[in-house]
Design a protein around this ligand. Structure first.
Ligand code: WT7
Length: 650
């Protein structure tokens, strides 16, 4: 155990006074939640409004052959009504969204009443264009208010939104549109981030040109920059034109609790990205409840989650959780280092933000600039900080605590996944003493366990693979269009348990320390990428015979992308080719998949049956080639020496 792991930050006096949940309450509620989930969730399910109340609460089994995950299954509700209509009476004229533009001079407040009216209008627009309940609508947008409107409008009429991150390439967008058989796309002329424009509409056009993507009937284009974009009269329509004549009266569609709310693509260890499907009732209960308790949300608190709508964090903790709670949620179009590294502090001061929820990679990037980058901001309004997306190293934790939080704000290190819908392991700030680098203890209803590679449950202080023993309402229900893959991916490794794909250590206080992925999934700046995805992009280049991709420790990004490339016979390595391959991957997937290091590999280490030994490649990339482990199954040990000799340093 290192020194850092010994430091403990007890619950602060300030939080003892204000917190919704103290330690005794946490213990009592947690115990009830796992001993009697039926009663616990039956009660907490009522925190949202139901059009038809549920009489059944939990119907779940992880038994592989009878796998079933249903929550509140006979209830009916509408997610947009829960985020909008039910607040109109009490806080209609209060702020729902504070929009902060890419340029620091631009910001505006949107009230619940305004957001409700816009959403109803756009829901009517969608209906007029032919969108019906159950249709998949692709949203490829910048971080602007219209994106929230588009998501909520889909929810209002029972369409399934599929948000694709605006940083993904036309190819990646096309693949997602195709997989979801989506006939409708909502986009903007251009996005603006960090002073640069992103050609969203052009990218949509490119994606739709591919013959793999059939049948998109309508592309709705929001005007963000007003620049000229190519136009297809039969297919494209302007958001602003459509909204002019739309009625603001649109009753919410009653949805069954188990009707889909949205899907969101994420990377796995094999194959193409999968469409994680979330349903309506359980998801909303869970997103709202975790938002309230983890961020200790009180009416009027100004809350800022810096994520993008393209990721689950944006869904659960910018949109659905906060709005279901009637919160004030900040929507930021830009990046933390534009115009300069003080931006995050500037935004906090400008809007008197109380809760800041961001990612370790952003914290490390600011930390690298030095304490001065926060010098001209006070951040006095902050009382709570949050972290998400990857393990936060204790150094970054301490810096976040001391510099951004002025040594007075607890940090909630929230562990969860696209698949989990909401936070599963995290401190509650008024209840749980903090240890830098640990996500601490499970949320209500969550039963984590540590298993060895054979699936034996390990007790006490130990280390192994992280599984969940039972379901919670926010859990994903299936992979869109591929239920078999859902079962295979999450429930076949350890029968009867949900496998997270993460490694974990549990200490003597029962605290969980996530150690990172144990499968072939990378976490680059908090973004998930399958090594198989990057490899398949590389081998689709005509000069590449074979490629192997592994992660290595990267100071800012957490993990960097290290690529071993074998060229086809007759091709010569060169710096140009290296640049070309990096460009190729960016074009196939997007800038987030840019290789950091490319090493030319005359051969790759393989077993006699031809399987690439990634374990060895990881060690070489991480400069730990003195700890290669067992190499006796290598078909040609000479390959390894060659790779070590020509390791690329960066
Ligand atoms: C993977 C899920 C959850 C929303 C953002 C990422 C890693 C996430 C933490 C944390 C250590 C974390 C895990 C997980 N991860 N949060 N607080 N501490 N690791 O969602 O893209 O689905 O990725 O991110 O490895 O499995 P995602």
């Amino acid at each position: 155990m290192t020194e850092q792991h010994k430091s403990v930050y007890p619950v602060s006096e300030a939080f003892k006074k204000r917190a919704l949940i103290d330690r005794a309450k946490y213990d009592e509620m947690y115990e009830q939640s796992v001993k009697d989930p039926e009663t616990f969730w039956g009660e907490h399910g009522k925190r949202i409004d139901w059009i038809k109340p549920y009489t059944k609460v939990k119907n779940t089994t992880y038994d592989y052959d009878n796998l079933s995950i249903k929550w509140f299954e006979d209830g009916e509700l509408n997610a947009s009504a829960n985020c909008l209509d039910r607040h109109l009476e009490k806080r209609g004229d209060k702020t729902a969204i504070i929009f902060e533009g890419d340029e620091p001079s631009v910001s505006r407040h949107v009230t619940y009443r305004e957001l409700h009216a816009e959403t109803c209008k756009f829901a009517n627009v969608l209906k007029t264009l032919g969108v019906s309940k159950g249709d998949v609508v692709t949203i490829y947008m910048p971080m602007i208010v219209e994106t929230a409107v588009a998501m909520l409008a889909c929810a209002r009429i029972g369409a399934i939104h599929s948000v694709v991150f605006g940083g993904f390439s036309p190819e990646a967008l096309g693949a997602r549109i195709q997989n979801g058989q989506s006939r409708f796309v909502i986009t903007a002329d251009e996005g603006v981030r960090g002073g640069r424009t992103i050609p969203l509409k052009k990218n949509v056009d490119k994606a739709l040109q591919s013959d793999r993507v059939p049948d998109v009937e309508r592309v709705i284009v929001v005007t963000r920059t007003g620049s000229d974009v190519p136009w297809n009269e039969d297919r494209d329509a302007r958001y602003e034109d459509l909204m002019k004549s739309a009625s603001a009266d649109c009753p919410p569609e009653p949805m069954n609790a188990e009707d889909p709310l949205f899907m969101l693509y994420t990377s796995g260890s094999t194959g193409a990205p999968k469409g994680v499907l979330h349903t309506t009732g359980g998801y909303l209960v869970y997103a709202a409840m975790t938002h309230e308790y983890v961020f200790d949300y009180h009416e009027g608190d100004v809350y800022w989650c810096t994520a993008d709508f393209g990721w689950i964090t944006g869904h659960s903790y910018i949109l659905y959780g906060p709005l279901a709670n009637g919160a004030i949620t900040v929507l930021f179009e830009g990046v933390p280092n534009y115009p300069d590294a003080s931006r995050m502090g500037q935004v906090v001061d400008k809007h008197k933000i109380n809760v800041l929820y961001t990612a370790p990679t952003a914290i490390r990037a600011l930390m690298a600039k030095g304490d001065d980058c926060m010098a001209n901001t006070s951040r006095e309004s902050l009382h709570l900080l949050g972290s998400v997306g990857e393990p936060i190293n204790p150094e970054a934790w301490e810096w976040y605590y001391r510099v951004i939080g002025n040594s007075k704000c607890p940090i909630v290190d929230t562990w969860w996944q696209t698949e989990t819908g909401g936070i599963l392991i995290s401190p509650l700030p008024g209840a749980i003493d903090l240890k830098p680098g640990s996500a601490t203890l499970p949320f209500f209803g969550i039963q984590p366990a540590v298993v060895d590679n054979d699936g034996n449950v390990l007790e006490g202080a130990t280390e192994g693979n992280l599984v969940m023993l039972d379901s919670w309402p926010g859990q994903m229900r299936t992979i869109y269009g591929d239920h078999e893959r859902f079962k295979q991916t999450y429930f076949s490794t350890y029968k009867g348990r949900y496998f997270t794909g993460d490694g974990v250590r549990r200490d003597e206080d029962g605290y969980y320390w996530i150690t990172g992925r144990v499968d072939d999934v990378l976490n680059v700046s908090g973004h998930r990428l399958g090594t198989a995805e990057v490899e398949s992009a590389l081998v689709s280049h005509d000069k590449v015979a074979e490629a192997a991709v592994v992660g290595y420790p990267h100071e800012i990004k957490g993990q960097g992308i290290y690529v071993y490339v074998t060229l086809i016979q007759g091709e010569q390595p060169s710096d140009e080719l290296r640049k070309e391959l990096i460009q190729w991957v960016r074009q196939e997937i997007g800038p987030i998949a840019s290789p950091d290091v490319i090493q030319w590999a005359p051969g790759l280490p393989k077993t006699r049956s031809g399987k690439i030994m990634r374990r060895i490649l990881r060690k070489i990339a991480s400069n730990e080639h003195d700890q290669l482990g067992d190499t006796s199954t290598l078909a040609d040990p000479g390959v390894v020496d060659e790779l070590i000799q020509h390791r690329e340093f960066k």
